[in-house]
Design a binder for this molecule. Structure first.
Ligand SMILES: [Fe+2]
Length: 292
């Protein structure tokens, strides 16, 4: 199964979606469609009542030993699988963050490392966020992260966001300048998007930030947070069971995806420059980011 803590990042809003526009085309997110019948309450997006704590103001939770043991189990088994599979930028990001495999790292510490690397900071959030709050944070170079970890029974899969996905999946790439700048740009575009451009951007996010692959000299490598933080996806994504498409924003933004299963089609970027250029071209055609 896919690492569904990725739900945190998807621009979905179960409770407040627009009516279909553009001649009746459905503008609901994949999460909205998938969760019509049976929704996990942890996956209902919530609005922030006040600005979340950021950087040094983020308190360290009173974790119990079980929490740290779960964290260790998650980190250690991913670290065994990632060499030779994760892209170089992600590996560099892991080094920059210096993630502790024994104890859940304080978000305040990680925030300082992000700030030194790319002038991003961490904002501690309570769970799945309403899309506007989520995009607002991204547009301000603040990465929304939870600080609780999943249970033992959810080691392979959790439908809710947790700090393993947020920290181990997302933060390494945010230490890399090209990606860090792109992610802010994505937040800015998403804030501007309306109607069916919203789910189009969600698909773009899914197939790049969460499930993107990158072509490197040695072969195809993992890049997306939903893959590098998922034990099953790490091997599955690079297998012949997955159809690999060349990076193409037009194709990506029209492609529906499966939320609750392993991905069977993914996109391979040639470079992060291609990601940024392709995103800028697409948003330009849509009349987004004119001022950015
Ligand atoms: Fe995510």
């Amino acid at each position: 199964m896919s690492d569904l803590q990725s739900t945190q990042d998807a621009p979905s809003d179960v409770s407040d979606h627009d009516e279909p526009v553009d001649g009746g085309e459905d503008d609901r997110s994949a999460y909205e469609k998938a969760s019509e019948d049976d929704i996990d309450p942890r996956c209902i997006p919530q609005s922030l009542d006040e600005a979340p704590p950021t950087g040094d103001d983020i308190p360290y939770p009173d974790y119990d030993e079980d929490d740290h043991d779960i964290w260790s189990a998650l980190v250690e088994r991913q670290m065994e699988q990632l060499p030779g599979r994760a892209c170089a930028a992600y590996e560099r990001g892991l080094d920059v963050l210096g993630i502790d495999a024994e104890r859940i790292p304080p978000l305040a510490d990680l925030s300082r490392r992000l700030e030194d690397a790319t002038n991003w900071e961490v904002a501690r959030i309570p769970g799945l966020l309403h899309e506007k709050d989520f995009f607002n944070l991204l547009a301000n170079r603040q990465f929304p992260s939870t600080d609780y970890v999943r249970g033992w029974d959810e080691l392979d899969y959790t439908p809710a966001p947790d700090c393993f996905h947020d920290i181990f999946g997302h933060m390494p790439m945010l230490t890399q300048p090209e990606f860090a700048d792109f992610y802010q740009l994505f937040g800015q575009a998403a804030l501007e998007a309306e109607g069916t451009d919203r789910p189009r951007l969600e698909r773009f996010h899914w197939f790049t930030v969460e499930f993107g692959l990158l072509s490197e000299t040695e072969g195809t490598r993992l890049f997306g947070a939903g893959i590098v933080s998922s034990n099953d996806e790490v091997t599955h994504a690079l297998s012949d069971e997955v159809t690999k498409h060349p990076f193409d924003p037009e194709h990506i933004t029209e492609k529906d995806y499966e939320v609750y299963n392993l991905q069977d089609e993914l996109f391979v970027m040639e470079s992060f420059e291609q990601l940024v250029d392709g995103f800028r071209s697409w948003t330009s055609e849509k009349g987004l980011l004119n001022g950015a």
